[in-house]
Design a protein around this ligand. Structure first.
Ligand SMILES: NCCCNCCCCCC(=O)CS
Ligand SMILES: [Zn+2]
Length: 657
């Protein structure tokens, strides 16, 4: 199983800087790399990564994207004096040159390609290249916006050529539009380019009409270029997560990429002088985590922008920790996106409706700019960053406590087996679903669940799994355990996949959120904290689980912000096992990864897959990501109904007044 996170950095890339007075470019300083790298060292992350050396890109690699003339021109900067460098720079927009910048641009590109090689040849699972100059603004024959060679665009072209890839996703979360990258792949359906960027109705740099949501790609590439404009500053974690849930993730799963490249610019984080946004460094741990279930975890993050050294270095550390599989921190106060963000989300979904199955059958209208929610006018954000850099502390080993498996499977040694007392293993399987036979059995059940949960709460393990005779019994046992023994747990999210009517206790005090996915319409009383989701069965397969996951379950779960997540699944539920593994993997972004999986009447193969998901191993992609009409309608109706209580579910501006 592929593991390991590559960290690619060389201090040679700090050896160029601005040599004359050019205010627009003064923020792009060498310290961006050196400060970030030293923060990685302080947090003990350098030694946890696999160091991969940089190399110079070859001319052939540069020419994958750039013209020969452009390359020859850049070469000449090596022998220029400052006046000549200044004159040379004036032919391009917002970019400066230095005698050593050509060398560093070759190293930045070489580092990027080294990362692609390491991931594609399975030396590592994922990784990050800390490079400068950045790349996503540079074009066939033009340097632009601090960028010389387009590192990520060439990485995609290189990966297609060297590894014969057919589907590559580029996620550009930098706060500037990577127009250079867009131009390279506008008519190419094999590269899905996604970018959000500060736009302010074309008032913000690079002030291009083609950066708006209406640019969806050309010809065969139509639908494979996705622009999400931020028309106000001050966007927060909720705005960023909403775009992932309601636009990027459904598209990414439908596209099913073989490789994910991130144009990882962190000028989209709080306190950045360019972005003036409010998303916290911890948010980038979640953005990273949410992408890690794609492409069997093959992700290459390449640094683009990011100019506040403190914010930048903490964002990079959060990204690396997520890559390493560390628990991702709680995000507080997730709620409805602001109206301006909703307007952008609505418009992106409207123009892409014809290109993506998950949107096709929805009633989405265009919404033109007339929103003026001044909430985003404030220059600075109301939440200071929680960047008290965690003092260096080794995390508990990523272990999974497993109970009640009998002898059917031998567990990976990374698991902690809860030894059963003297109950002979064959008896364990004797439980019937309807009732738990005899007092002994339910007592036995309780004891085993308690031991798994104790280990989770004592942080001896990250998460746990228990094969149980009856899901409803087990859920009740878990809840009673938490109320009695674990006072640190005040909010529990239970995701129950089954048809039994769960006896919802009357009090809706919010310390239990039950989301139940069922293939039959549940008559149970629905309330804010009891969400029944009906998913029609087609043949023996339940469709729309992924759609429900992105449109409903994850957004509500993030807004609820539980201390513990419990999944209660039954193998007979008719849900594709690969989808259940995606669900198990994605839900680990909540509750700092404290997840307990209850499985009824498990099949061995499913147990093994679930354990792999819990251990953070790469999971298989879902091939039939294309969703079905009816299921989408059902989920859409639930979303419409719940969005008043769970604002994160909104996907369009609702005129309340
Ligand atoms: N401050 C408002 C003016 C905007 N100046 C933009 C300068 C180019 C930025 C390029 C960049 O950051 C690469 S990620
Ligand atoms: Zn940028």
């Amino acid at each position: 199983m592929v593991s390991g996170t590559a960290l690619i950095y060389d201090e040679e890339m700090t050896r160029y800087r601005l040599l004359w007075d050019y205010p627009v470019c003064s923020i792009e300083v060498p310290e961006r790399l050196s400060v970030s790298y030293s923060e990685l060292q302080i947090q003990g992350l350098v030694e946890r990564c696999i160091s991969v050396p940089v190399r110079e890109a070859t001319e052939e690699e540069i020419l994958l994207a750039h013209s020969q003339d452009f390359l020859e021109a850049i070469k000449t900067t090596q022998n220029m004096d400052v006046e000549q460098l200044k004159a040379f720079a004036s032919q391009f927009q917002d970019v400066y040159f230095h005698q050593n910048i050509y060398h560093c641009a070759k190293l930045a590109l070489g580092a990027t390609l080294q990362l692609v090689d390491a991931v594609m040849t399975k030396k590592v699972r994922n990784g990050i290249a800390l490079v400068r100059p950045p790349g996503h603004h540079s074009q066939h024959s033009a340097a632009n916006g601090f960028c010389i060679f387009n590192n990520v665009a060439i990485a995609a072209l290189y990966a297609k050529k060297m590894f014969d890839l057919k589907r590559i996703l580029i996620v550009d979360w930098d706060i500037h539009h990577g127009q250079g990258t867009q131009y390279f792949f506008e008519d190419d359906p094999s590269v899905l380019y996604f970018s959000w960027h500060r736009y302010e109705n074309q008032e913000f740099w690079p002030n291009l009409p083609e950066s708006d949501y209406s640019t969806v790609g050309k010809g065969k590439g139509a639908g494979f270029n996705v622009n999400v404009p931020w028309n106000k500053i001050g966007m927060q974690n909720s705005d960023y997560l909403s775009v992932f849930f309601h636009i990027l993730l459904p598209m990414a799963y439908e596209f099913n990429p073989e490789l994910v490249l991130i144009s990882a610019g962190f000028d989209s984080a709080i306190n950045d002088p360019e972005g003036k946004m409010c998303a916290t460094p911890a948010c980038f741990a979640h953005l990273t985590h949410l992408l890690m279930s794609l492409a069997e975890g093959k992700i290459c993050a390449v640094l683009e922008g990011g100019y506040d050294l403190h914010s930048l270095s903490h964002c990079i550390c959060h990204t690396v920790k997520a890559f390493l599989g560390d628990p991702v921190p709680h995000l507080l106060n997730i709620s409805s996106p602001c109206d301006s963000a909703l307007e952008s989300i609505q418009n992106v979904r409207a123009v892409h409706q014809q290109h993506w199955a998950f949107l096709r059958s929805l009633p989405i209208s265009m919404k033109h700019q007339n929103v003026n929610d001044d909430k985003k006018l404030e220059q600075f954000c109301n939440e200071e960053i929680h960047t008290s850099s965690p003092n260096y502390c080794p995390l508990p080993p990523k272990r999974t406590a497993v109970a009640l498996l009998g002898e059917k499977i031998e567990l990976p040694d990374r698991c902690l087996k809860i030894n059963l007392d003297s109950v002979p293993s064959d008896e364990i399987w004797s439980f019937k679903d309807s009732t738990v036979e005899g007092q002994k059995d339910s007592l036995h059940l309780q004891k085993n669940l308690c031991s798994v949960m104790m280990k989770i709460f004592q942080k001896e393990v990250q998460n746990g799994l228990a094969a149980v005779p009856c899901l409803l019994e087990a859920i009740k046992a878990v809840l009673s355990f938490c109320t009695t023994c674990a006072n640190s747990v005040s909010r529990i999210l239970v995701l129950y996949l089954g048809d039994k009517d769960y006896p919802v206790s009357l009090e809706d005090d919010g310390n239990l959120l039950l989301i139940q996915m069922s293939t039959k319409k549940l008559k149970g009383r629905e309330s804010k904290y009891h969400i029944p989701i009906f998913l029609p069965k087609e043949g023996n397969n339940v469709k729309g689980v992924l759609h429900a996951l992105f449109s409903l379950i994850l957004p509500v779960a993030y807004m609820y912000n539980p201390d513990l997540v419990v999944t209660a699944l039954s193998c007979q539920s008719g849900v594709d096992k690969k989808i259940l593994n995606q669900l198990t993997s994605l839900l680990q972004g909540l509750a700092e990864g404290q997840l307990l999986c209850l499985i009824h009447d498990p099949e061995v193969s499913f147990l093994e897959d679930t354990i792999c998901s819990l251990l953070g191993d790469p999971i298989l992609p879902v091939t039939d990501g294309v969703l079905q009409g009816e299921a989408i309608q059902e989920v859409e109706q639930q979303r419409q109904r719940l969005q008043e209580q769970w604002g994160i579910l909104k996907t369009q501006v609702t005129r309340t007044e």
